[in-house]
Every structure is written in structure tokens, then in C-alpha cells.
Design a protein around this ligand. Structure first.
Ligand code: PLP
Length: 402
């Protein structure tokens, strides 16, 4: 095999990423090892994807069994893993019908197209406005990146999809002013991830739901990051007491195998008639077999309860370290989607913390310049948590002496 190094990245890859200097080659549980066999503890989980850690025996078994049976058909035929997974997602949620896609952006693209089609069919062309929120993130296709609330990501690609309005998250007055009978849909994350780990207030989500009902607008919850147990409920909406009309899920759904899904009611789903939407890979048997195993494991009550226990450990460790080396003003989020906001003295330095942690053998994430984000495996062991935080403490201590 050809030997490759990080230098090759700059030679042969499109430069839209700036990856770390290490190249991991294998993983087990919440540990990975790089080309030089350096060990890292993983509090990043591939950005809230590796929900059972790396190479969990349940996933390896499901993947290899399916790999010996059948890989791909296309949607000219259906397949057993897709049907079983869809039944499972129906059982675990408000949904009656499922559409499978391959990534979060694609699931959101389908959700938005479904909302627009429903509005056109039922109310006419005029009902096309989509309300979304500043700092929201919904993926990188042109429609989803435009619905996302960071113009920097959608500018510079020519004319954008239209009739999309952004307002501040948690701003009830701005929402009341924005919504009308011309509103087709509201798209929101039930806990903003990329935008800095921002939870909605209970009054805000209640109001959004009520006004969507009043104006016949659809409520789309982007649960790409929050879904599949991440917040301690199987879906975040279940902990909010507000049910969306359409829900998108991806990231943790396949535990590392690319797959996504749109969940909705039969009443809405029937508007995507034969030929209106589709995907070559969507519902691929390999992906669905892995997701079926992942969902079956994560949805068990004792696994969901374990996520809340691990959240408590993360919060306690962060508090302990912060008492010794004050660096954070607040720890927020839910379940194992946690963000630690840097205090005024450390403002803008989340990337420095990420790099320092990496040097001590710990992988963490950021969510903007002021928040260090943790999205580990949902089944990370107490030992891995403790060792990880020992490394985190060493990293912070080092930053303190600089
Ligand atoms: C990651 C993410 C997406 C995009 O998912 P991809 O699989 O990268 O397309 C969309 N919405 C939210 C909330 C996300 O966190």
C-alpha cells in the first residue's frame, strides 16, 4: 500500500478542511490510535456520530453479516433492513412514515421540499415562506445552507433559494412578527449545536408550536445532532413536550455509517408521490442494517438512563477542573451534547483549548470561538471519562502557565 501522510492532504484534497496533524488508523471504544500509535481519548465522537464508540461489536456484527448478504439495490426494490429500521423509528417516535437519505443535509433538503410541496398542494404557491434562526445549522446543500443562519456559509455561490427569513433564536416577539398565513414552515434545532449549544426556552418552543398550528405552518425539527439518544431522550422533542410535524435525523443514527432519515405523518408524506423525490443510496441495506443495530441498542431504557449518568460525570469533572483553573463561565447543553463557554479572560480561545487537549491525547470539539463542545460516545466508560478529564486538566494547566 502507498504510504500517506498529512502532507498529502494539501496535495490531493480540495482545501475546504484544515484537518489536525494526526492521522488516526484504528479505534476501539472511546480510544483511537494514530499512524505513530499515539493513543487519544475521544470526547468528540466524530461530531456526535460515533454514539457507540469505535468498532462496537454490535455494529461490526451487523455490518459484516449484511456485507455477506446484500449491499445495494437502489429504490427500484425495497429491502428487509430498511423496512425493519423504518418500523423501529415509527415505534420510537410520533412518525408514521419514513424517508431514508444519506446525510443530515439531504434529510433536511427532503424535509424542506416536503414542506414546500405540501403547502403548494394544499394552500397554493403563495405559502412559501420559511422561517429559520440565526446561528442555526442545517447542512451544506444550497437550500439547507441558505436556511441555516450563517450567511458566511451561503454567500458567494450566486443566487440563493428564496423566501427564507432568519430571526433570533428564543425571541418570541420576533417570531410573532415573522409568522403569517404565508409561512410554509419553521425549521429549527431543538437545541442549537454548531451555533454554540443553545437550548430553547420552554415558552419559546411552546409559542412556536402554537403559532405554527394557528397559521397552518409546518414545524420541522432538525434533530440531526440531537437525535438518537444524544440528549438522553431518544429524540430531543420528547424532552421538550413539543412534537414537530417533520423531523430529520442523521449523525448518530448509523453510529459512523452514513445514513439519515426524515420522519413525518402519513398526512404529509402522501404529498411526496412517486417520482417527486428520491435517492440512489437512500435506504441502502448495509446502512440500514447497521442503523437497525445502533437504534436497537441506544433506545433501550438502561442505555438512555446511562447517558444522563454520563452527563452528570462530565458536568462534575468540568466543575472540578474549573474550580482549580477558572476558564469557563458556564456549562450548558443536555445529555452528551455539552458546551463549556469560555469566560471573559479566555474569550475567543476555544481553538487553543482544542489544540492543547490534542497535545495531551484528548479529542474535543469547539462550537464557535467561545465554546468547547463535548459529543462523546453515548456508552463511553467511566474510566475513559476519568482518564480523558485527567488529560483535559493537564491541557488547561499548561495553557494557564503559558
Ligand atoms: C451536522 C448537522 C447537519 C448536517 O449533516 P451532514 O450529515 O453533514 O449533512 C444538519 N443539521 C444539524 C443540526 C447538524 O448538526
Amino acid at each position: 500500500m502507498t504510504e500517506v501522510t498529512r502532507k498529502d492532504f494539501d496535495e490531493v484534497m480540495v482545501p475546504c478542511y484544515n484537518p489536525m496533524s494526526i492521522i488516526p488508523v484504528r479505534g476501539e471504544g472511546s480510544r483511537i490510535w494514530d499512524q505513530q500509535d499515539n493513543e487519544f481519548i475521544d470526547f468528540a465522537g466524530g461530531i456526535a456520530v460515533s454514539c457507540l464508540g469505535h468498532c462496537h461489536p454490535i455494529m461490526v456484527k451487523a455490518l459484516s453479516e449484511q456485507a455477506n448478504k446484500l449491499w445495494h439495490l437502489s429504490n427500484v426494490m425495497t429491502n428487509e433492513p430498511a423496512l425493519r429500521l423504518a418500523k423501529k423509528l415509527v415505534e420510537l417516535s410520533f412518525a408514521e412514515n419514513i424517508f431514508f437519505a444519506n446525510s443530515g443535509a439531504e434529510a433536511n433538503e427532503a424535509a424542506l421540499k416536503l414542506a414546500r410541496r405540501y403547502a403548494v398542494d394544499e394552500f397554493g404557491e403563495k405559502k412559501s415562506k420559511i422561517i429559520a434562526f440565526n446561528q442555526g445549522f442545517h447542512g451544506r446543500t444550497f437550500f439547507t445552507v441558505t436556511v441555516g443562519g450563517q450567511a458566511a456559509y451561503s454567500d458567494g455561490f450566486g443566487p440563493k433559494p428564496g423566501d427564507i427569513e432568519h430571526i433570533p433564536y428564543n425571541d418570541i416577539q420576533a417570531f410573532e412578527a415573522a409568522i403569517s398565513d404565508d409561512t410554509c414552515a419553521v425549521m429549527m434545532e431543538p437545541l442549537q449545536g454548531e451555533g454554540g449549544i443553545i437550548a430553547p426556552t420552554p415558552e419559546f418552543v411552546q409559542t412556536v408550536r402554537e403559532l405554527c398550528d394557528k397559521h397552518n405552518a409546518l414545524l420541522i425539527f432538525d434533530e440531526v445532532q440531537t437525535g438518537n439518544g444524544r440528549t438522553g431522550d431518544f429524540y430531543a422533542y420528547q424532552g421538550l413536550g413539543v412534537t414537530p410535524d417533520i423531523l430529520s435525523t442523521a449523525k448518530s443514527l448509523g453510529g459512523g455509517f452514513p445514513i439519515a432519515a426524515v420522519l413525518t405523518s402519513k398526512k404529509l408524506a402522501k404529498h411526496l408521490k412517486v417520482g417527486t423525490h428520491g435517492s440512489t443510496y437512500g435506504g441502502n441495506p448495509l446502512a440500514c442494517a447497521v442503523a437497525e443495530a445502533v437504534v436497537g441498542h441506544v433506545s433501550q431504557p438502561e442505555v438512555l438512563a446511562g447517558i444522563k449518568e454520563r452527563e452528570a460525570m462530565f458536568r462534575a469533572e468540568l466543575q472540578r477542573i474549573n474550580a482549580k483553573y477558572p476558564i469557563f463561565s458556564e456549562v450548558r447543553g443536555k445529555g452528551l451534547l455539552l458546551g463549556a463557554e469560555l469566560n471573559d479572560d479566555w474569550k475567543g480561545r476555544s481553538r487553543d483549548v482544542l489544540v492543547a487537549a490534542g497535545e495531551e491525547g484528548l479529542l474535543v470539539l469547539v462550537a464557535g470561538a467561545n465554546v468547547v463542545r463535548f459529543t462523546p460516545s453515548l456508552v463511553i466508560s467511566p474510566e475513559e471519562i476519568q482518564q480523558g478529564f485527567a488529560r483535559f486538566e493537564a491541557a488547561i494547566a499548561k495553557l494557564y502557565t503559558l
